[in-house]
Design a protein around this ligand. Structure first.
Ligand SMILES: [Cu+2]
Length: 662
């Protein structure tokens, strides 16, 4: 909900009849504006850096790579992440590979976030929100040819980024292809100590193509291959030797005079291999590979009928998740166990969204989805191991989940009001239902899944007020609250002893009767002069379990101020941001308090014009853009509440990024 304010805050010259949607978007290639944000590092920024531009998004960091998005203070289990509407699931039992790590900035046009239960049509299980990574496609009738090159260097950690892509386009077809490479050594924390195991390397290649079969019939195909190697996780006991993703899709689109109908079939495959061979003093070496593959289809019909903008979606997917572990105790025989028992999930659902323009200053948005799923445990060994703890368990389960959300928007004079409500449920994840002795380094407990978990559900209420007293000032206050029933979280099980050396004990996932998560924020923007703009934001969140005790990983008070100077093709920016001390932390859940911190970042970008007198003189479309900046100017040693095991953030970092477009 924060999002609707922030996304409209930039465009509010007039009374708007925007869709009453909790949508937020960060653009990767095109220009920011109309409420859309962009990283100061431009396209060279990592997916994680792009994600951090979104309101309501925080990132749990286990190293330099593959940060886990958190929306409205909810992690992966309560979010939906799709790539152009395609379902994809991570393959690591330790959450080292959120699915956002299997794409690159070069693959994407933008990332959009629907806050809360008002999800995008393909989203299921999104209580906290849904992220859709929109793939970049040249499209028909674009420039006949286009080449772009980008390169970046960051001095802290010697980060190198190179990207190239080329595109052809006509009325009949389009084709584009590109490659991206990223390499980072260990980075230095504030005070200049090197953080061991914070390196990574990644290559990504992609292509997509479109063919116009008839004037209103189009075929589009996408292919992405992404491979990260030698990825260090300083917050964990293990690193990753290889994480590989293959993402493919084929879609058919038909345009009607007032409607469009798209049907897409897709397949993706992820392989994840952990590695502890480079770590010193490992008592028992382990092999822990994981595999995830998903195939699916969706069919989306969008149409405008009088004052309604309607979208109707049907989707179906089948996902398989398998992970196992082999321990090699010195001198003894290896021990083998299945940690995800090859769970096959078949899920199918129908979604409907409707944006209604009630009057010039009022709009209503409504969205609903119902989904049914079947899960089957295909691995006998894993099934029998878990059955020791749950004798009545079966090898097949069925769940029905759904969500409903409504949002009303009214503009009166200099004010805009939003109120919304929703209800939704989610099925337990494979880890929560069937995980087997998964060590969590956050609280040092081994976790066991619980096949008898009930679905978790939540009621969401949200509201916002935006005030626009003059042309130059915008102020917005917004908040949301999620009231959970059957909240799923690990619970102490003292009758079992842990498998992992040094683990504190065992937890089994369970439902607690209720829990609450609430978020609120205040934002302000002030155009001081034609070239100078200031904006500030402060947000506060709270999370409580059924006993009123704080939930873990809930953000403390966070604040940010920015001063932007824009003169012709120069854009310079100073940012100061920080968190207060984490006073409410999940002590009961093994969390320790994060200290307060504040840092300053400086950045500037300059766009050089196209040399041959092109009229497209805008900053982003010029032939070359240079971006420079210093992050953490005073080299502060700090860690945020979302830094796993309090691993420190980067110290002072200078970067230089170049983008050429021909
Ligand atoms: Cu892993």
């Amino acid at each position: 909900m924060l999002t609707v304010l922030l996304s409209t805050i930039l465009l509010s010259d007039t009374v708007t009849t925007e869709k009453a949607q909790n949508l937020d978007e960060v653009v990767i290639v095109s220009e920011a504006g109309r409420g859309r944000k962009r990283s100061v590092k431009g396209q060279v920024a990592s997916i994680d850096e792009h994600l951090s531009e979104l309101c309501n998004v925080n990132l749990v960091r286990r190293g330099s790579y593959a940060w886990e998005p958190v929306v409205n203070n909810m992690q992966t289990e309560r979010l939906s992440t799709t790539i152009d509407g395609m379902k994809i699931f991570y393959a690591c039992t330790d959450k080292m590979d959120p699915v956002t790590s299997y794409v690159e900035s070069g693959n994407l046009q933008s990332i959009s976030l629907n806050s809360g239960l008002d999800g995008n049509p393909q989203a299921t299980g999104n209580i906290g929100g849904s992220l859709d990574l929109k793939l970049r496609k040249t499209g028909f009738d674009n420039d006949p040819y286009h080449v772009s090159l980008s390169a970046g260097h960051e001095w802290n950690g010697h980060v190198q980024v190179y990207g190239a892509d080329a595109a052809l386009s006509s009325h009949k077809m389009y084709l584009n292809a590109g490659a991206f490479y990223r390499h980072a050594d260990n980075y230095k924390v504030g005070g200049s100590d090197e953080l061991q195991f914070s390196q990574f390397q990644k290559v990504n290649i992609f292509t997509n193509a479109g063919l116009r079969l008839a004037e209103k019939d189009m075929l589009e195909a996408t292919f992405i291959f992404d491979r990260a190697t030698n990825v260090g996780y300083p917050a964990l006991n293990m690193d990753v030797a290889k994480a590989e993703g293959l993402i493919t899709s084929l879609s058919y689109k038909h345009l009607f005079s007032r409607a469009s109908w798209e049907t897409k079939a897709y397949y993706n495959h992820i392989t994840h291999e952990m590695d502890d061979t480079k770590r010193p003093d490992v008592e028992i070496h382990m092999d822990m590979p994981g595999k995830s593959w998903t195939t699916g289809i969706y069919s989306l019909l969008t149409t405008s009928l009088k004052q309604h903008d309607l979208a109707l979606n049907y989707d179906l997917y089948y996902n398989r998740l398998f992970a196992d572990m082999t321990m090699y105790p010195g001198g003894a025989a290896p021990m083998y166990m299945v940690t995800w028992p090859d769970v096959g999930t078949l899920n199918t659902g129908v979604a409907l969204t409707d944006n209604v323009r009630i009057a010039r200053n009022q709009s209503l948005r409504f969205s609903a989805k119902v989904a049914w799923q079947q899960q089957r445990l295909n691995n006998e060994e894993g099934y029998h191991a878990l059955r020791v703890f749950f004798p009545s368990m079966q090898d097949t389960y069925h769940q029905t989940t759904g969500r409903l959300a409504a949002n009303y928007q009214l503009s009166v004079a200099n004010y805009q009001f939003n109120i919304g409500a929703g209800w939704g449920s989610r099925a337990p994840t494979v880890t929560e239902a069937y995980g087997y002795y998964l060590n969590n380094t956050f609280d040092q407990y081994d976790y066991i899944g619980n096949p008898s978990l009930k679905n978790e559900s939540a009621v969401e209420l949200n509201g916002a007020v935006k005030w626009h007293p003059t042309e130059r000032v915008n102020v917005a206050l917004d908040g949301n609250v999620f009231l959970f029933s059957n909240y799923i979280i690990g619970q102490f099980e003292t009758r079992l002893s842990p498998m992992t050396v040094d683990a504190e004990g065992v937890k089994v996932y369970g439902n607690i009767s209720h829990a609450t998560i609430a978020n609120t924020s205040l934002t302000a923007e002030w155009q001081l002069m034609e070239q100078l703009r200031w904006n500030g934001k402060v947000s506060y969140s709270s999370g409580r379990d059924a006993d009123g005790d704080p939930l873990p990983l809930i953000s403390p008070v966070s604040w940010q101020m920015e001063l932007q100077y824009n003169y012709q093709r120069l854009l310079a920016q100073a940012t100061v941001k920080g968190n207060t001390r984490q006073n409410c932390y999940g002590k009961k859940y093994g969390e320790t308090a994060a200290s307060e911190w504040a840092i300053i970042n400086l950045s500037a970008q300059y766009g050089f014009l196209r040399p041959f007198g092109s009229k497209r003189a805008k900053l982003e479309r010029s032939s070359m853009t240079v971006r420079v900046g210093i992050e953490n100017v005073f080299d502060k040693h700090y860690a945020t509440y979302a830094d796993w095991n309090h691993i420190p953030q980067k110290g002072r970092n200078i970067y230089l990024n170049l983008t050429f477009a021909l």
